[in-house]
Design a protein around this ligand. Structure first.
Ligand SMILES: [Zn+2]
Length: 60
């Protein structure tokens, strides 16, 4: 069985982990009311709408 010859240095481990850090894309959907990007299945924090109904009063 192949065994690593040397222990991975802290630098190498951190380089490997940080290389994938910016690949995580936040899943956002568009609000049908104000067309802002919002977290899916939540009330829009910009206009207060959810499923085409106003459920929150947003103070303008
Ligand atoms: Zn909205």
């Amino acid at each position: 069985m192949g065994v690593p010859k040397r222990k991975s240095s802290k630098q190498k481990i951190r380089q490997r982990r940080s290389a994938n850090a910016n690949l995580v894309v936040p899943n956002l959907s568009e609000c049908p009311q104000c067309h802002e990007f919002i977290v899916p299945h939540t009330v829009c924090s910009v206009c207060g709408y959810y499923k085409n109904k106003e459920v929150l009063k947003i103070k303008a």
